[in-house]
Write a protein that binds this ligand. Sequence first.
Ligand SMILES: [Zn+2]
Length: 105
Amino acid sequence: MDRSKPNNNDNNIIEVKNNILEEGIECFTHWLSAEEGNSEKNSYIQLTLKIFEKDNRILIHDYFQNIDIEVKFDNGVPVCTLCKTAECAHAEFAICTEQNLSSSL
Ligand SMILES: [Zn+2]
């Protein structure tokens, strides 16, 4: 797996396939860059942030499945209410949110 190479395809789809931590990081990175206006227009991101309540919970929207996914923080540990684990793409997305948005709020 080569994750260091930027993907410049016209159909740059950021998709959660395996529901692993790395996909959560990738989705968050692209979502953040889109929020900041840096993302290519033709880039599709599966997961976006809907609600962020620091140290409490976040709500992620899954555009491909058209569902909302809630991740709750339990003593700083995010637990995904959909997957019932702390080791899925959504939980990692929550960790990235905490790390990147907490300081800027
Ligand atoms: Zn999950």
